[in-house]
Design a protein around this ligand. Sequence first.
Ligand code: NAI
Ligand code: MG
Length: 358
Amino acid sequence: MSKKVLVLPGDGIGPEIVAEAVKVLNKVNESFSLGLELEEGLVGGAGYDAAGTPLPAETLEKALAADAILLGAVGGPKWDKLEDRALRPEQGLLGIRKNLELFGNLRPAILYPQLAEASTLKAEVVSGLDILIVRELTGGIYFGKPRGIRTLENGDREGYNTYVYNETEIRRIGRVAFESAMKRNKKLCSVDKANVLEVTVLWREIMEELAPEYPEVELSHMYVDNAAMQLVRAPKQFDVIVTGNMFGDILSDAAAMLTGSIGMLPSASLDKNNKGMYEPCHGSAPDIAGKGIANPLATILSVAMMLRYTFGEGAAADAIEAAVSKVLDQGLRTGDIYSEGMTRVGTAEMGDAVLAAL
Ligand code: NAI
Ligand code: MG
């Protein structure tokens, strides 16, 4: 089996944080004899500058041929003035998601005990928090047709979108969620609005239909408004949450912020064969780009997710996560997670410390 990893540093702090993540990937590749082959490509503003498009044909070809993609981040003020939306950096990402059908978005929200003070919630509410949100990424109301803004006969304008999921789409994201739950604490909460929206009546039905295939997983259902409330009230009641594109967009941002530190949060976007794109949840942070102070841990933790989900190398993934925990134990902190009494380090120092801990 081929084991190709495409590395797309992108823009802003992307190249800085990806350089550290690649050091870590190279190290475990060697020490765990993973046999991964790495190559690089251009995406986002970097793609536009070099080839006139945020998703050069060569990059898309490499992405289609790769088993996994490690992405930094795209975008920045330099490209914000581009009139043509198709040339904007984020179209590079959307193009990869769409062409590779990366429908399964996995966003863990983990509060490291060493960073407990970073959360805006009370310690007893969030300490030990470790949940996973599985969001459907290529369907639902963000993609449904028809959509648009039209003028009615009485002259009133009306905006409209279509919320649609077919059972195939629901079943495949359901399987990702059940399988994720199997690898964790075997509790799955499906979030819908089945009291109001027919789409999610079907969603709930399909989740129930899948449940017997995963008898060890305890399936529950929750309406999205209650889920939002419960996430803030008692987030530790959840293990894995599965939901559609729009609810997932909102709930995953809320869940991420329970941990208080955007520089710590990795993500995965998977296709039906667990091929995937891995990236930090944060953006290209133009305000700190080029200064060598960005936190590389979200990207390093994205490498761990890649090894676990695409390559089935759980031991190597565990080793990376343990190394991250160890550098936090040592008191090393980049600016975004710094607190008094800790040792402030830059991007490369943090990467080197993770390597040393490995
Ligand atoms: P952002 O996540 O880039 O930055 C928000 C704040 O968090 C900034 O103050 C930044 O300095 C800080 N920050 C982010 N990552 C950090 C890290 N690793 N270490 C330390 N501090 C960090 O979001 P913002 O400012 O809204 O967007 C900036 C650019 O990034 C925009 O062009 C946006 O379109 C793009 N973006 C790209 C994403 C992607 O590539 N997936 C996702 C979100 C935004
Ligand atoms: Mg969002």
